[in-house]
Ligand binder design. Structure first.
Ligand SMILES: [Fe+2]
Length: 414
């Protein structure tokens, strides 16, 4: 349970809010690289952290991420002409480069002296954020330049295109609901299970949370009654990364669009080899973490509007606990059902919610650290380089803490 003030503090991400300031200290995913494929191609609207922006790839292949509103008369730059190293507003032809510099003002009267044109251009800068591409993702940095960290270095970002399957979709709820849902260990046994019978057998018995300098590691132990405990290790890297223990390996990022909407990035990947045709087919079936979206959008076809196409007969049949198809859709249904911003003053957390409690503790502490000018967890990529999730069996009585580092680190070159 959180106080009303704490809940507000952790969920609001607009400019000037504490959590918004914190998010802006990290590189944020804003698009997949393939969404801005060609130089001088179509611009894309991007809404992140309550800011309306437009992204484009210029003639030299560089990415621009600028304010959607033209600083002249505030018309949308989305309709802009992407040409000769800049995006030109279609209202009056004013043009900006990827750094936000105004490079042409063709609407001034003929014969305007050069020094006046320069003065107009100087005044007409458009807000622009630096972008980098890595791992098939376009990352933006929206914080103070002097505090700009290195790009994150996660295992899925290093693998080839044939070793991963990425997708994204919009969740109609606050980012923290999504992130917390990702660390709700006991829900796997219910929400995502095939039958009620099966679910009762495998509720985890052990929950271990280990703080790390990049976030934390959570271990969930299932006891099948033998000599071994089956452990699942999931990794949380600040501020919204999850490395999931699954086969194939997987990762999530819950990127806030605004206070009430979240872009969930989901990546299946194989660290050592290309996907087989069978694995690709499985990712494409949308039974797992990926959703089927309306063509050309990030909106899932099964959504809040249509009650996620819940099939009550399927639910009653015993083959699906929810009657909803696909893990991603099942997660959306429950997370969105809490409202756009869950009221955490009304909850009653249980022992299986220890990782959720850890998320809140970590975020509240990091806000304090930011205020005190301390370095922030997860901004140094070397702290989580080569970190992965894991599943393994360990003899009953093994101390989780003693093993955790060996289990989650693989050696990679910097
Ligand atoms: Fe889930």
């Amino acid at each position: 349970m959180l106080s009303r003030e704490e809940n507000e503090l952790l969920t609001r991400v607009g400019p000037g809010t504490p959590m918004g300031q914190l998010m802006r200290r990290y590189w944020m995913p804003v698009l997949f690289s393939h969404q801005l494929e060609k130089p001088d191609g179509e611009p894309m609207r991007v809404r992140v952290l309550c800011e309306d922006l437009v992204a484009f790839r210029d003639s030299q292949g560089r990415i621009g991420l600028i304010d959607e509103a033209c600083p002249h008369r505030t018309a949308s730059m989305f309709f802009g002409r992407n040409e000769e190293c800049g995006l030109r507003c279609v209202y009056h032809g004013i043009k900006f480069d990827v750094e936000g510099n105004c490079v042409d003002v063709p609407c001034l009267p003929p014969g305007t002296p050069e020094n006046q044109i320069s003065a107009v251009k100087k005044n007409m800068k458009i807000k622009a954020y630096p972008c980098e591409e890595a791992g098939g993702v376009i990352w933006a940095y929206m914080g103070p330049q002097e505090l700009r960290p290195e790009l994150p270095d996660l295992e899925w970002m290093r693998v080839g295109d044939d070793q991963k399957f990425p997708s994204r979709h919009i969740q109609e709820c606050n980012w923290l609901q999504g992130l917390e849902g990702g660390y709700d260990a006991p829900h796997l046994t219910f929400l995502h299970s095939g039958t009620a019978e099966e679910s009762r057998r495998i509720v985890p018995s052990f929950y271990e949370v280990v703080p790390m300098d990049f976030g934390f590691v959570v271990g969930t132990g299932r006891d099948f009654g033998g000599d071994e405990i089956m452990w699942n290790i999931n990794v949380m890297a600040m501020p919204f990364h999850k490395i999931i223990s699954s086969q194939p390996h997987a990762a999530h990022m819950w990127m806030p669009i605004d206070d009430e909407n979240t872009m969930l990035y989901s990546i299946d990947f194989q660290p050592e080899r290309p996907f087989t045709e069978e694995e690709l087919a499985r990712s494409r079936e949308f039974h797992g973490i990926h959703t089927e979206n309306f063509p050309g959008t990030d909106v899932a076809t099964m959504n809040k509007e249509n009650d996620y196409l819940i099939d009550r007969e399927l639910q009653a049949s015993g083959h699906s606990y929810t009657g909803m198809r696909g893990l991603g859709i099942q997660d959306c249904a429950v997370q969105e059902s809490m409202g756009p911003i869950a009221d955490r003053t009304k909850e009653h957390l249980l022992i299986g919610d220890s990782a959720i409690a850890q998320i809140r503790k970590l975020l509240l502490q990091t806000l304090k650290d930011m205020e005190a000018g301390k370095p922030l967890p997860g901004t140094d990529p070397s702290s989580f380089r080569g970190v992965r999730s894991a599943r393994y069996e360990a003899p009953r009585g093994t101390v989780f803490l003693d093993e955790v580092d060996d289990r989650i680190r693989v050696s990679v070159d910097a």
